[in-house]
Design a protein around this ligand. Structure first.
Ligand code: SF4
Ligand code: SF4
Length: 469
């Protein structure tokens, strides 16, 4: 029988009088921890290095919010393309739901930034003070010069990590070049406004990183993170979760080395699973909202089982169906097909839209002051502002033409419009209509835009009106 689920606040962190204690997990090695550490540091390295990657001479991932141009590996998105970002977010959410249904909170334990940075900051404490027992003792020690020095060293390293994190994060938005230039502006009077915003953002993100990873830590997962709260509704009997084999382990109890008493289960009550837990809980109390499924307790307990000569897996990744009902878990269940179908449709839709997308945009706005006017030659004139945006990664020259229509002609200030990569340009254009030829009222007109190499074409419709003179 498995232990009941529990939502209680872990007892290791809170005294009866409500005093909270800092969790100092013991660092453990093992199969899952090796995977976890490699995954976490690979993701961390990707986060730190990606802004420095160049693609066609431009920052490969640059979310240039001030100019509303978003560059992702050769593709330029504008605010009008926001539906792509929404689609990516929906795909990411469904992928996360699907993974959660199968592998539980694998995101929390292996890939969540809160977990990665907390691990990093705790590693700094371990490096400066020592492993768990030394850190607990250090907290209780009276203030001394050594304690002040070690605390200062830890805070300083945390600060450096926080600044590196924040500058990297901001560089995805400001661009690495602007960040570098703003750094060079330090000491300049007056300090430019754009550089001020960059550094204000850096300090806000650095502060958040410092507080989250240095102080909030597991409280963020237990008290604040909404994903941790609602993921339990996505679990079913076949979801893989880290579980304690209650039937095998109980009754728990210490024993002499080499002995195997009949009245005790396999849990030797060494508490190693509790000591390694980054959220300070006891997995033997059952599935808890504070468990981020990092599997540190699995590795710790397996290590103990090896030492006492018992089979591994007293704490393991398993499903409720396997553990409690002694049945085989089902992988291909209706939910699987539902998520798979939905993800396939969404991914297919986005890929199709990306493939079909022309990296050239035209927008036509009418002159709102006057619908139409008569010029000296007696022709009816309609004025528009045509906005062209080059969404490619290269400079192009574009030509605007009017789709042939009897009685209508286009007048434009420039025959060729050269645009740099990502550049937009507003251009006044006029369409003239011969009152003897065109019909009274509104006539649809189409403007065509083509690049000089013939690779890109777009068209947009508007109306020519004879009213309002
Ligand atoms: S590590 Fe294993 S043996 Fe030790 S207390 Fe935890 S469950 Fe029991
Ligand atoms: S109970 Fe185990 S899996 Fe859950 S957070 Fe603690 S160490 Fe990680």
């Amino acid at each position: 029988m498995s232990a009941p689920q529990s939502n209680k606040i872990p007892v290791q962190q809170v005294d009866l009088d409500g005093t909270k204690h800092r969790v100092h997990p013991r660092f453990v090695t093992g199969f899952y921890q090796n995977i976890r550490v490699i995954t976490m540091y690979a993701l961390l390295a990707a986060f730190l290095l990606l802004p420095w990657l160049r693609y066609n001479g431009r920052q490969a991932i640059w979310l240039d919010v001030p100019s509303q141009h978003y560059y992702i590996f050769g593709m330029t998105f504008l605010t009008q393309d926001f539906y792509f970002i929404a689609a990516f977010a929906i795909i990411a959410a469904f992928a996360l739901f699907m993974v959660t249904v199968y592998a539980g909170r694998v995101w929390c334990g292996y890939a969540c930034p809160q977990t990665i940075w907390t691990h990093l900051f705790q590693y700094v404490e371990k490096w400066v003070i020592g492993d768990r027992n030394k850190r607990i003792k250090f907290d209780k020690e009276p203030m001394s010069a050594t304690k002040v020095f070690k605390r200062f060293l830890i805070y300083f390293i945390w600060f450096v990590f926080s600044m590196i994190t924040a500058t990297t994060f901001v560089s995805y938005v400001s661009g690495t070049d602007a960040l570098y230039n703003s750094w060079q502006m330090i000491g300049f009077i007056p300090f430019p406004e754009w550089a001020t915003w960059i550094w204000v953002s850096v300090f806000i993100f650095a502060f958040s990183t410092y507080v989250n990873a240095g102080y909030m830590r597991e409280q963020m997962c237990i008290q604040i993170c909404p994903y941790g709260r609602f993921q339990s509704v996505m679990f079913d009997k076949d979801t893989l979760v880290v579980s304690y084999d209650y039937e095998r382990g109980e009754p728990r109890g210490a024993r002499k080395k080499g002995s195997n008493p009949d009245n005790l289960g396999d849990c030797i009550e060494c508490l190693m699973c509790v000591q390694v837990c980054p959220t300070g809980i006891d997995i033997r109390d059952g599935l808890q909202v504070a468990c981020i499924q990092c599997a540190a307790c699995v590795d710790a307990c397996n290590d103990i089982m090896d030492k006492v000569g018992y089979p591994r897996g007293l704490i393991r990744y398993t499903t409720e169906r396997q553990l409690a009902e002694k049945e085989k878990s089902r992988v291909f269940r209706p939910r699987f097909f539902a998520y798979l179908t939905l993800l396939t449709i969404l991914c297919g839709g986005v890929l199709y839209a990306l493939n079909d997308r022309v990296p050239l945009e035209i927008d036509i706005r009418r002159d709102r002051n006057q619908l139409s006017s008569l010029n000296q030659q007696g022709m009816i004139e309609n004025s528009y502002i045509v906005k062209l945006t080059n969404k490619t990664q290269d400079a192009h020259t574009y030509k605007i033409t009017l789709a042939p229509q009897e009685g209508l002609s286009l007048e434009i200030r420039f025959n060729d419009v050269p645009l740099e990569a990502g550049e937009s340009f507003d251009m006044p254009v006029s369409i003239y209509g011969d009152p003897d030829v065109i019909e009274f009222g509104q006539t649809p007109v189409t403007l065509n835009v083509s690049s000089e190499d013939g690779k890109y074409h777009v068209s947009k419709q508007n109306v020519f009106t004879t009213q309002g003179q």
